[in-house]
Write a protein that binds this ligand. Sequence first.
Ligand SMILES: Cc1cc2nc3c(=O)[nH]c(=O)nc-3n(C[C@H](O)[C@H](O)[C@H](O)COP(=O)(O)O)c2cc1C
Length: 275
Amino acid sequence: MKQLQAAGPQMGSVKPASSARQILVSISAIASRVAANPGLTVKEDAAPLFTSFKIGKYELQHRVIMAPLTRCRAPNNLPVPDMATYYAQRASLGGLIISEGTVISEQARGYPNTPGIWTAEQVAAWQPVTQAVRDRGGVFFCQLWHVGRASHPDYQLGGAAPVSASAVPVGDGSVVFTPRSEACPFPTPRALQLDEIPGLVQQFVDAARNAIAAGFHGVEMRPAAAAAVDAWCERQHGGCAGCMLQTATSLTNSGRTTPTSARMLTEAALQTRPG
Ligand SMILES: Cc1cc2nc3c(=O)[nH]c(=O)nc-3n(C[C@H](O)[C@H](O)[C@H](O)COP(=O)(O)O)c2cc1C
């Protein structure tokens, strides 16, 4: 096996970078070399970017991680064959890719043409995509996404209001794109009730199981940009105290007596498929 000689100070053909742009270009050049040479391994004395890193049970061989990027190219929430090419092109031996935000239920949708992970058909359509990354030695996590209030009634069953922690719309002046890509103001969401929270948690758990069945190595919850989980973490949008407490408890509690949603999610992901 070849070793990656050109990392850090011994960077070979990549010259020392002196500006942010040059650094980005250098990282991009390095990432391309890693992606183009699946047989590369990393020397122990390589720069930190090229040292290994353990995440869960996976030993990453470098720290060039592909961030999740929504692509809106999966009509009817179904992954398409082109996605296997797209992700394989970005995969490298022992390199981590976080998938584009992948919606966990019909209720979770809020952007046009985003892939889903709640039906058997979607799981089957993901399999060649995850296999393509595995074939290149990559580690592939599925980013689980419930958009919460960042949705529109056109995505919801029966044209219902999107759900969130409280009935507070996204108010930053941005717009939501309907399934037909029409830009609209964000609607006022419906605040979830306490007894609905287990159902929301279950959506994440089911999606995590499906992701593993689809061939992903792990999952990441998307807790940003008005997403369902994010809303509870923001004090001003936290909704009723009971809901906030239950969600916060179930997401962060490391207590060992009751199963928490975070533990349930992790267990769901780790139970099933090895490697
Ligand atoms: C087109 C686009 C799509 C994105 N999609 C997602 C996404 O699906 N999930 C997510 O968590 N972040 C998403 N992001 C955020 C990126 O993953 C990243 O965190 C962000 O661009 C900041 O990274 P930077 O500081 O390296 O620029 C997206 C960003 C862009 C520009």
